[in-house]
Design a binder for this molecule. Structure first.
Ligand SMILES: *Cc1c(COP(=O)(O)O)cnc(C)c1O
Length: 431
């Protein structure tokens, strides 16, 4: 099979219009769009009946395994506007030793760290940049905690679109550098992501750029939606009982929720939905607080801090959509602290060989907490999302040296144990 056939074969598209996620008001498709008139996120709507008539599961099954196999569910009209770096389907990785230790029947991690630019932000930006190309946009800006900016820089450069990226100055160093190296005009800002967002919004007129902030344009979520399509397909057109998702702006959670609804509408899924669980860090948990308060919207979280930079989002424009999906699904929101995140990260790496991002590890820590407190039952099949490659984050040092010119005391190699174990490394907390 021609591996690039998903990018080159002529396939029909089914977008009918854009819809305000708050008021339901319709906006036309096929022209540049940001927020709705009500200032809320716009969602892409499709003629799902026609889609169902045009695509079968068997046809889908025969296509190469990447994001563009779901073309009929996506908004790009013309092949020549597809901007792709090889967005392959990501695997479900089992963590068997970890499962045994935390009292889980099974742990399945959808490992999004395999995607281009090392995070699932590639899904969203592949779509947003392809649509920008379709509309002839030549300059894009965004605020980012790191991974989104890296994906924008990469896809923007590939499309020949100029990009401007603004990062809080404590964004992981590797992110800032990869953004710059991939060709974006890159700036460190002495504030948080919402402060960066304001710079983007206020510079629009002077700079003539298109704002691709989370949910401020309708297409990143369509890319993230493919996580839900993929997961359902990998489970043979079923959904798990629970999905634990590290939640910042919430695009992925909202996107998967949308995917499941579309799949039900075309008859590929039943009415069962996974319980959607938003995982945040105790140092930045606006959605958890809103969930606990029974509020419809979240409030700005002051002094946000956590090592899990991707979920350090003090305020999210799609908060009400996240909360809606959690409620409708019978899910919940839960916060874990940084030491628990670090412990989970070490556990998965050491016991199962999967180096997770701190955000992904947060879902493992939350799962462990939820099993213990009974929020999730052992019998429920849970899928955790590891949204970024662990290699993109600072790691504890490994400092044991040997002098090859002198005698080696082989007995000592074992006595001291692996260097990453707590006790051997003063930089890591105890488990
Ligand atoms: C962006 C990001 C998140 C949060 O994703 P949202 O869909 O915006 O909530 C989680 N983890 C990582 C690694 C990220 O880069």
């Amino acid at each position: 099979m021609n591996p690039s056939i998903n990018l080159t074969e002529k396939r029909p598209t089914f977008v009918t219009h854009l819809e305000c996620s708050a008021t339901g008001e319709r906006h036309p498709a096929d022209q540049v769009a940001g927020l709705s008139e009500a200032g809320m996120p716009l969602l892409v709507r499709y003629d799902l009946e026609a889609l169902a008539a045009s695509l079968s599961r068997e046809t889908l099954d025969s296509r190469p395994q990447d994001l563009w196999r779901y073309r009929e569910f996506l908004p790009v009209r013309n092949n020549e506007n597809i901007v792709s770096l090889g967005e392959q389907m990501t695997p479900l990785v089992r963590l068997d030793r970890t499962a045994a230790q935390i009292g889980a029947t099974e742990i399945l991690v959808k490992d999004e760290g395999r995607l281009p630019t090392g995070s699932f932000k590639a899904r969203g930006l592949a779509l947003a940049v392809s649509m920008a190309k379709e509309f002839g946009i030549t300059r894009i800006a965004m605020p980012t905690n790191g991974n989104a900016g890296a994906a924008l820089a990469a896809y923007g450069s590939r499309a020949g679109i100029e990009t401007f990226v603004f990062c809080p100055d404590d964004t992981p160093e590797v992110n800032v550098r990869e953004i710059a190296m991939q060709g974006a005009n890159t700036f460190r800002v002495n504030g948080l992501i919402n402060d960066c967002g304001r710079i983007v919004a206020e510079g629009k007129e002077a700079m003539g750029w298109f704002d691709v902030s989370t949910l401020k344009e309708p297409y990143r979520i369509e890319g993230k939606k493919t996580m839900g399509l993929e997961l359902a397909e990998q489970l043979e057109w079923n959904v798990p009982d629970v999905i634990l998702y590290p939640t910042g702006g919430g695009t992925g959670l909202i996107g998967m929720w949308k995917a499941f609804a579309e799949l039900e509408a075309i008859g590929w899924l039943g009415s069962k939905r996974p319980r959607m669980v938003a995982v945040q860090a105790t140092g930045c948990a606006p959605i958890v607080k809103a969930w606990e308060d029974g509020a419809e919207h979240a409030e700005l979280w002051e002094n946000a801090h956590t090592i899990a930079a991707g979920i350090r989002v003090p305020i999210a424009i799609g908060d009400f959509l996240i909360l809606e999906a959690i409620r409708e699904s019978g899910g919940f929101a839960i916060a874990v602290d940084d030491p628990a995140i670090t412990s989970a990260q070490i556990r998965a790496a050491r016991d199962d060989g999967l180096l997770m991002s701190p955000e992904g590890a947060a879902t493992l820590a939350a799962y462990q907490q939820a099993l213990r407190s009974g929020l999730v039952d052992q019998s429920e099949r849970a899928v955790l999302f590891n949204c970024g490659n662990g290699l993109k984050y600072p790691m504890p040092p490994a400092n044991r040296h040997l002098d090859h010119t002198g005698p080696i005391d082989y007995g000592r190699l074992i006595v001291d144990g692996p260097s990453h174990l707590p006790g051997n490394n003063p930089n890591m907390g105890s488990r």
